[in-house]
Write a protein that binds this ligand. Structure first.
Ligand SMILES: COc1cc(/C=C/C(=O)SCCNC(=O)CCNC(=O)[C@H](O)C(C)(C)COP(=O)(O)OP(=O)(O)OC[C@H]2O[C@@H](n3cnc4c(N)ncnc43)[C@H](O)[C@@H]2OP(=O)(O)O)ccc1O
Ligand SMILES: O=C(O)CCC(=O)C(=O)O
Ligand SMILES: [Fe+2]
Length: 378
């Protein structure tokens, strides 16, 4: 590593995070083992496990729901499958989702095109350098706050309108990403409406749109790792929006926690994680914290993480659909009345989001911000 000026943890941090070489730059420099800054404590690592004694979990993870059957004779069965998955695992996969399959195939290619550019080009999108705060290239998640870094580079793009995307988003991928965001909106709205209607709640159209008014697309790049057994691609976390739609390549590595027992988070305690395997033509969908809050805890925002591999670089392309920053999120009043109380207080989504981005991933810690009887002051 001395050839690229890395002699200690500080110069390593400068190289990957501040100068924008990322893990990709580190791997390209020819490292043969991961530096200590990337060695995670054992309880953060992933032990490969592909099935769980509860067959419902395995089913939701690996048997896709065919959305073309909605509004046909099997409509009720499909709705039931979506609702059950949202109430239990918090993850499911969908096919016939309305997104063109050639477009879906082009997304991993677009991600590789972006990350395979010279570091100097990617560094043009680092925070503070990027021509807009709506596009940010980075490594890990909150590197300044993390004791050990995650084995991932990423770029985050918040969609406002076509003109801004055309002007600011990277040329090598903007056409595919804008198309992905636009063509998945109909499915997201359809799934969101199904989930809200199932709660027995009626909502105005404008409220639906406000609650899914923030559209963010990320491209995650996980370079092949010389020591996958000690590193993590993305640490355990839950997503913060309403729904996340994820396109993953064929490598695999996304794991979801199936036990809901918070006590298992301590070192040494047993946890159950299962893989959300890649399925050709399918998209992965998961519930975000905002929907867990709105539903007063009925729908589960699942804790998930990503393992690394020494085979080849993996990419994933999540589309996060979230409330507008100015939107208040709290349990829907009809549910609070029915349940005899609220599990969460009402918070401004902007504050919820800022709290999430201000700290390292630590399971579902972001949700504590809205939990009643926890940090309920802000
Ligand atoms: C990365 O690894 C991850 C990520 C995740 C993510 C999980 C999720 O569920 S993300 C889904 C939710 N994401 C959001 O809601 C993000 C939306 N916005 C932001 O994150 C930030 O605002 C920002 C766009 C990144 C910019 O941040 P910052 O530089 O701090 O500046 P701000 O003051 O916040 O905003 C600047 C400017 O932009 C305007 N703006 C912000 N958001 C939006 C928006 N959605 N639509 C329109 N405009 C927006 C804002 O108003 C400001 O405008 P000014 O004119 O006032 O300057 C999970 C796991 C991982 O590992
Ligand atoms: O790479 C993946 O499969 C998931 C990434 C993820 O959880 C995220 O970006 O929030
Ligand atoms: Fe996530």
């Amino acid at each position: 590593m001395a050839e690229v000026g890395i002699t200690d943890a500080n110069s390593l941090f400068d190289f990957v995070a501040k100068k924008g070489y990322g893990i990709k730059g580190l791997v390209d420099s020819g490292i043969v083992e991961v530096p200590p800054l990337y060695i995670q404590p054992p309880y953060e690592r992933v032990t490969k496990k592909i099935s769980h004694p509860n067959t419902n979990f395995n089913h939701h993870a690996s048997v896709p729901i065919d959305l073309s059957k909605l509004d046909g004779p099997d409509n009720d069965k499909v709705v039931e499958a979506i609702v059950r998955a949202a109430e239990t695992l918090g993850f499911f996969q969908v096919t016939n989702h309305g997104i063109d399959l050639d477009l879906l195939d082009s997304l991993p290619e677009a991600a590789h095109r972006f990350f395979e550019q010279p570091a100097e080009v990617k560094a043009g999108f680092l925070k503070g350098v990027s021509p807009t705060p709506l596009v940010k290239y980075a490594t890990s998640f909150a590197p300044e706050k993390e004791k050990f870094l995650q084995w991932r580079d990423y770029i985050n793009m918040t969609y406002t309108n076509d003109a801004d995307a055309e002007k600011y988003w990277p040329d090598v991928c903007k056409r595919e990403l804008v198309e992905y965001i636009k063509s998945s909106h109909k499915m997201v709205l359809q799934l969101f409406k199904i989930l809200i209607e199932n709660l027995g709640v009626t909502m105005e159209e404008s409220k639906f749109e406000s609650l899914i008014g923030t559209k963010v697309v990320n491209m995650n790049y996980y370079p092949a790792c010389p020591n996958p057994e000690v590193t993590i691609g993305v640490k355990r976390h839950s997503d913060i929006g309403i729904l996340t739609v994820l396109a993953q390549d064929d490598i695999g590595g996304l794991y979801v926690k199936v036990s809901d027992d918070d006590d298992t988070q301590e070192e040494g305690k047993k946890e159950e994680w299962i893989e959300i395997p890649p399925i050709p033509s399918a998209l992965v969908v998961n519930i975000g914290d905002s929907l867990q809050i709105l539903s007063n805890g009925r729908y589960k925002s699942p804790e998930h993480k990503v393992r690394t591999t020494n085979e080849k670089a993996r990419v994933s392309i999540p589309h996060f659909v979230a409330p507008r920053p100015s939107q208040k999120i709290g349990p829907l009043p009809q549910l609070v009345k029915h349940d005899g109380g609220a599990l969460y207080r009402e918070v401004l989504y902007e504050n919820y989001m800022k709290n999430f981005f201000s700290q390292a991933h630590e399971g579902k810690n972001a949700l504590e911000f809205a939990e009643i009887n926890r940090h309920n002051q802000g």
